[in-house]
Design a protein around this ligand. Structure first.
Ligand code: 8Y7
Length: 278
Protein backbone atom coordinates (compact mmCIF):
# COMPACT_ATOMS: atom_id res chain seq x y z
CA UNK A 1 0.00 0.00 0.00
CA UNK A 2 1.18 3.51 -0.84
CA UNK A 3 0.22 6.92 0.47
CA UNK A 4 0.63 10.08 -1.59
CA UNK A 5 2.01 12.68 0.82
CA UNK A 6 1.61 15.84 -1.28
CA UNK A 7 3.63 14.34 -4.12
CA UNK A 8 6.07 12.29 -2.05
CA UNK A 9 5.20 8.61 -2.00
CA UNK A 10 5.18 6.83 1.35
CA UNK A 11 5.43 3.16 0.45
CA UNK A 12 4.03 1.01 3.26
CA UNK A 13 4.37 -2.34 1.53
CA UNK A 14 7.29 -2.77 3.95
CA UNK A 15 7.46 -1.33 7.47
CA UNK A 16 9.01 2.16 7.54
CA UNK A 17 10.48 4.59 10.03
CA UNK A 18 9.11 8.05 10.79
CA UNK A 19 12.00 10.14 12.16
CA UNK A 20 11.18 12.54 15.00
CA UNK A 21 12.25 16.15 14.58
CA UNK A 22 11.12 18.35 17.44
CA UNK A 23 11.49 22.08 16.99
CA UNK A 24 10.35 22.95 20.48
CA UNK A 25 12.55 24.41 23.19
CA UNK A 26 11.08 21.93 25.73
CA UNK A 27 10.69 18.59 23.96
CA UNK A 28 11.47 15.64 26.08
CA UNK A 29 14.28 13.40 25.18
CA UNK A 30 16.38 15.68 23.03
CA UNK A 31 16.27 18.56 25.49
CA UNK A 32 15.17 21.10 22.89
CA UNK A 33 18.38 20.72 20.90
CA UNK A 34 16.68 21.47 17.60
CA UNK A 35 15.74 25.10 17.71
CA UNK A 36 17.65 26.68 14.84
CA UNK A 37 16.75 25.93 11.23
CA UNK A 38 20.30 24.88 10.44
CA UNK A 39 20.42 22.40 13.33
CA UNK A 40 17.03 21.00 12.39
CA UNK A 41 18.11 20.67 8.77
CA UNK A 42 21.28 18.82 9.74
CA UNK A 43 19.23 16.40 11.80
CA UNK A 44 16.76 15.98 8.91
CA UNK A 45 19.59 15.24 6.45
CA UNK A 46 20.99 12.62 8.77
CA UNK A 47 17.64 10.92 9.40
CA UNK A 48 16.87 10.88 5.66
CA UNK A 49 20.31 9.39 4.92
CA UNK A 50 19.72 6.77 7.61
CA UNK A 51 16.57 5.62 5.85
CA UNK A 52 13.66 7.50 7.38
CA UNK A 53 10.70 7.36 4.97
CA UNK A 54 9.08 10.40 6.56
CA UNK A 55 10.10 13.08 9.06
CA UNK A 56 7.65 14.23 11.73
CA UNK A 57 8.06 17.92 12.55
CA UNK A 58 6.56 19.13 15.83
CA UNK A 59 6.46 22.64 17.25
CA UNK A 60 4.41 22.01 20.39
CA UNK A 61 5.57 19.58 23.04
CA UNK A 62 2.98 16.95 23.95
CA UNK A 63 4.95 15.70 26.96
CA UNK A 64 2.86 15.24 30.09
CA UNK A 65 2.26 18.63 31.71
CA UNK A 66 3.58 20.65 28.75
CA UNK A 67 2.25 24.17 28.17
CA UNK A 68 -0.09 24.96 25.28
CA UNK A 69 1.65 26.98 22.56
CA UNK A 70 -0.25 29.65 20.55
CA UNK A 71 -0.71 28.76 16.86
CA UNK A 72 1.48 31.66 15.68
CA UNK A 73 4.39 30.45 17.80
CA UNK A 74 3.99 26.90 16.57
CA UNK A 75 3.83 28.11 12.95
CA UNK A 76 6.93 30.28 13.40
CA UNK A 77 8.81 27.24 14.70
CA UNK A 78 7.77 24.64 12.12
CA UNK A 79 7.25 26.47 8.82
CA UNK A 80 10.88 27.54 8.17
CA UNK A 81 12.09 24.03 9.00
CA UNK A 82 9.48 22.38 6.74
CA UNK A 83 10.37 24.76 3.90
CA UNK A 84 14.08 24.04 4.26
CA UNK A 85 13.57 20.27 4.32
CA UNK A 86 11.09 20.39 1.44
CA UNK A 87 13.55 22.45 -0.65
CA UNK A 88 16.52 20.18 -0.07
CA UNK A 89 15.41 16.63 0.69
CA UNK A 90 13.28 14.10 -1.12
CA UNK A 91 11.76 12.72 2.07
CA UNK A 92 8.05 12.97 2.97
CA UNK A 93 7.22 15.44 5.74
CA UNK A 94 4.65 15.04 8.50
CA UNK A 95 3.31 17.87 10.65
CA UNK A 96 2.74 16.94 14.30
CA UNK A 97 -0.04 19.29 15.36
CA UNK A 98 -3.62 19.40 16.57
CA UNK A 99 -4.30 22.99 15.40
CA UNK A 100 -6.06 23.65 12.07
CA UNK A 101 -4.07 26.88 11.47
CA UNK A 102 -0.80 24.98 11.87
CA UNK A 103 -2.02 22.19 9.56
CA UNK A 104 -2.74 24.72 6.82
CA UNK A 105 0.58 26.60 7.21
CA UNK A 106 2.59 23.36 7.35
CA UNK A 107 1.00 21.82 4.27
CA UNK A 108 1.46 25.10 2.37
CA UNK A 109 5.16 24.90 3.32
CA UNK A 110 5.55 21.34 2.03
CA UNK A 111 4.23 18.93 4.66
CA UNK A 112 2.36 15.96 3.17
CA UNK A 113 0.87 14.19 6.19
CA UNK A 114 -0.95 15.37 9.32
CA UNK A 115 -0.01 13.61 12.55
CA UNK A 116 -2.66 14.61 15.08
CA UNK A 117 -2.45 13.28 18.65
CA UNK A 118 -6.01 14.59 19.14
CA UNK A 119 -7.31 12.70 16.06
CA UNK A 120 -8.89 15.83 14.50
CA UNK A 121 -11.10 16.55 17.54
CA UNK A 122 -10.07 20.21 17.87
CA UNK A 123 -12.64 22.65 16.45
CA UNK A 124 -12.03 23.12 12.73
CA UNK A 125 -9.43 20.34 12.43
CA UNK A 126 -11.64 17.89 10.52
CA UNK A 127 -12.60 20.52 7.96
CA UNK A 128 -9.01 21.75 7.63
CA UNK A 129 -7.68 18.22 7.09
CA UNK A 130 -10.42 17.44 4.55
CA UNK A 131 -9.57 20.56 2.55
CA UNK A 132 -5.81 19.89 2.67
CA UNK A 133 -6.34 16.41 1.20
CA UNK A 134 -3.21 14.77 2.68
CA UNK A 135 -2.97 11.49 4.63
CA UNK A 136 -3.70 11.71 8.35
CA UNK A 137 -2.52 9.76 11.35
CA UNK A 138 -5.35 9.53 13.91
CA UNK A 139 -3.94 8.88 17.39
CA UNK A 140 -5.78 7.86 20.54
CA UNK A 141 -5.20 9.88 23.69
CA UNK A 142 -7.17 9.91 26.90
CA UNK A 143 -7.37 13.54 28.03
CA UNK A 144 -4.98 16.28 26.99
CA UNK A 145 -1.18 16.46 27.50
CA UNK A 146 -1.83 18.76 30.46
CA UNK A 147 -3.85 16.16 32.39
CA UNK A 148 -3.49 12.80 30.64
CA UNK A 149 -1.14 11.11 33.09
CA UNK A 150 -3.31 11.88 36.15
CA UNK A 151 -4.33 8.29 36.91
CA UNK A 152 -5.86 7.21 33.55
CA UNK A 153 -8.39 4.35 33.80
CA UNK A 154 -9.92 1.89 31.33
CA UNK A 155 -12.21 -1.14 31.60
CA UNK A 156 -10.74 -2.68 28.44
CA UNK A 157 -7.97 -0.51 27.04
CA UNK A 158 -7.59 -2.44 23.76
CA UNK A 159 -11.27 -2.32 22.89
CA UNK A 160 -11.71 1.29 24.03
CA UNK A 161 -8.78 2.47 21.90
CA UNK A 162 -10.11 0.58 18.86
CA UNK A 163 -13.66 1.90 19.38
CA UNK A 164 -12.36 5.47 19.66
CA UNK A 165 -10.23 5.20 16.53
CA UNK A 166 -13.05 3.64 14.49
CA UNK A 167 -15.37 6.45 15.61
CA UNK A 168 -12.77 8.97 14.41
CA UNK A 169 -12.51 7.10 11.07
CA UNK A 170 -16.30 7.44 10.77
CA UNK A 171 -16.07 11.16 11.60
CA UNK A 172 -13.42 11.54 8.87
CA UNK A 173 -15.56 9.73 6.33
CA UNK A 174 -18.53 11.93 7.25
CA UNK A 175 -16.27 14.96 6.60
CA UNK A 176 -15.36 13.57 3.16
CA UNK A 177 -11.92 12.30 4.09
CA UNK A 178 -11.36 9.02 2.28
CA UNK A 179 -10.63 6.01 4.44
CA UNK A 180 -7.57 5.16 2.35
CA UNK A 181 -5.88 8.36 3.58
CA UNK A 182 -6.01 7.27 7.23
CA UNK A 183 -3.42 5.73 9.55
CA UNK A 184 -4.31 4.54 13.07
CA UNK A 185 -2.16 4.86 16.21
CA UNK A 186 -3.00 3.60 19.72
CA UNK A 187 -1.03 6.47 21.27
CA UNK A 188 1.41 4.77 23.62
CA UNK A 189 1.87 6.86 26.75
CA UNK A 190 -0.99 9.25 26.04
CA UNK A 191 -3.27 8.85 29.05
CA UNK A 192 -2.07 5.31 29.74
CA UNK A 193 -0.38 3.60 32.65
CA UNK A 194 2.45 1.15 32.03
CA UNK A 195 0.07 -1.81 32.23
CA UNK A 196 -2.24 -0.20 29.64
CA UNK A 197 0.70 0.32 27.28
CA UNK A 198 1.83 -3.29 27.72
CA UNK A 199 -1.65 -4.62 27.07
CA UNK A 200 -1.98 -2.47 23.94
CA UNK A 201 1.33 -3.79 22.66
CA UNK A 202 0.51 -7.40 23.42
CA UNK A 203 -2.75 -7.07 21.48
CA UNK A 204 -1.64 -4.66 18.76
CA UNK A 205 -2.69 -7.22 16.13
CA UNK A 206 -6.32 -6.44 17.03
CA UNK A 207 -5.83 -2.85 15.91
CA UNK A 208 -3.91 -3.92 12.79
CA UNK A 209 -6.85 -6.23 12.02
CA UNK A 210 -9.14 -3.20 11.55
CA UNK A 211 -7.66 -2.91 8.05
CA UNK A 212 -5.90 0.46 8.13
CA UNK A 213 -2.13 0.97 8.39
CA UNK A 214 -0.94 1.30 12.00
CA UNK A 215 1.73 3.68 13.29
CA UNK A 216 3.42 3.08 16.63
CA UNK A 217 5.42 5.56 18.71
CA UNK A 218 7.33 4.00 21.60
CA UNK A 219 10.77 5.58 21.13
CA UNK A 220 12.37 6.39 24.51
CA UNK A 221 8.96 6.65 26.16
CA UNK A 222 8.46 6.83 29.90
CA UNK A 223 6.82 3.39 30.01
CA UNK A 224 10.35 2.05 29.40
CA UNK A 225 11.76 4.27 32.13
CA UNK A 226 9.06 3.14 34.58
CA UNK A 227 9.52 -0.58 33.95
CA UNK A 228 13.31 -0.70 33.50
CA UNK A 229 14.37 2.31 35.59
CA UNK A 230 16.54 3.77 32.84
CA UNK A 231 17.04 7.39 31.73
CA UNK A 232 15.91 8.58 28.26
CA UNK A 233 19.49 8.21 26.97
CA UNK A 234 19.44 4.51 27.91
CA UNK A 235 16.18 3.47 26.26
CA UNK A 236 17.33 2.48 22.76
CA UNK A 237 17.41 -1.30 23.19
CA UNK A 238 13.99 -1.39 24.81
CA UNK A 239 12.62 0.96 22.13
CA UNK A 240 13.90 -1.39 19.41
CA UNK A 241 12.40 -4.38 21.20
CA UNK A 242 8.99 -2.69 21.28
CA UNK A 243 9.32 -1.57 17.65
CA UNK A 244 10.03 -5.17 16.67
CA UNK A 245 6.99 -6.46 18.57
CA UNK A 246 4.85 -3.85 16.81
CA UNK A 247 6.14 -4.69 13.32
CA UNK A 248 5.81 -8.42 14.04
CA UNK A 249 2.10 -7.79 14.63
CA UNK A 250 1.74 -5.80 11.42
CA UNK A 251 2.51 -2.16 12.29
CA UNK A 252 3.64 -0.31 9.16
CA UNK A 253 5.23 2.86 10.58
CA UNK A 254 7.49 3.24 13.60
CA UNK A 255 8.02 6.75 14.94
CA UNK A 256 11.55 6.98 16.32
CA UNK A 257 14.35 9.28 17.45
CA UNK A 258 16.94 6.64 16.43
CA UNK A 259 16.41 6.14 12.72
CA UNK A 260 19.42 4.04 11.74
CA UNK A 261 18.94 1.50 14.51
CA UNK A 262 15.17 1.31 14.04
CA UNK A 263 15.50 0.81 10.27
CA UNK A 264 17.81 -2.16 10.93
CA UNK A 265 15.62 -3.68 13.64
CA UNK A 266 12.44 -3.57 11.60
CA UNK A 267 14.17 -4.68 8.38
CA UNK A 268 15.32 -7.81 10.19
CA UNK A 269 11.84 -8.36 11.53
CA UNK A 270 10.44 -7.92 8.04
CA UNK A 271 12.90 -10.48 6.64
CA UNK A 272 11.66 -13.07 9.12
CA UNK A 273 8.05 -12.23 8.30
CA UNK A 274 8.76 -12.69 4.57
CA UNK A 275 9.95 -16.29 4.97
CA UNK A 276 7.83 -18.52 2.80
CA UNK A 277 7.04 -21.80 4.51
CA UNK A 278 5.42 -23.36 1.46
C1 8Y7 B 1 3.48 10.04 19.43
C2 8Y7 B 1 3.21 11.09 18.55
C3 8Y7 B 1 4.34 11.84 20.25
C4 8Y7 B 1 2.97 8.75 19.12
C5 8Y7 B 1 2.07 9.73 17.11
C6 8Y7 B 1 7.03 11.31 22.25
C7 8Y7 B 1 3.69 13.53 18.50
C8 8Y7 B 1 5.81 12.03 22.61
N1 8Y7 B 1 4.20 10.52 20.49
N2 8Y7 B 1 2.52 10.95 17.40
N3 8Y7 B 1 3.76 12.21 19.08
N4 8Y7 B 1 2.29 8.64 17.93
N5 8Y7 B 1 1.37 9.52 15.97
O1 8Y7 B 1 7.57 10.62 23.17
O2 8Y7 B 1 3.12 7.75 19.83
O3 8Y7 B 1 7.55 11.35 21.14
S1 8Y7 B 1 5.14 13.00 21.28
Amino acid sequence: MQLDCAGKILDLTEPRVMGILNVTPDSFSDGGQFVSIETALMQARQMAAEGAAILDIGGESTRPGAKVVPAEVEIARVVPVIEAIHRELDVAISIDTMKPEVMRAAVAAGAGLINDVQALQVDGALAAAAALDVPICLMHAQGTPQTMQDDPQYDDVVQEVIDFLLARVAACEAADIARDKLILDPGFGFGKQAQHNLRLMKHLANLVGQGLPVLVGVSRKSMIGKLLKVSTAERLSASLSLATLAVWQGAKLIRSHDVKETVQAIAMCHHVMQVNDG
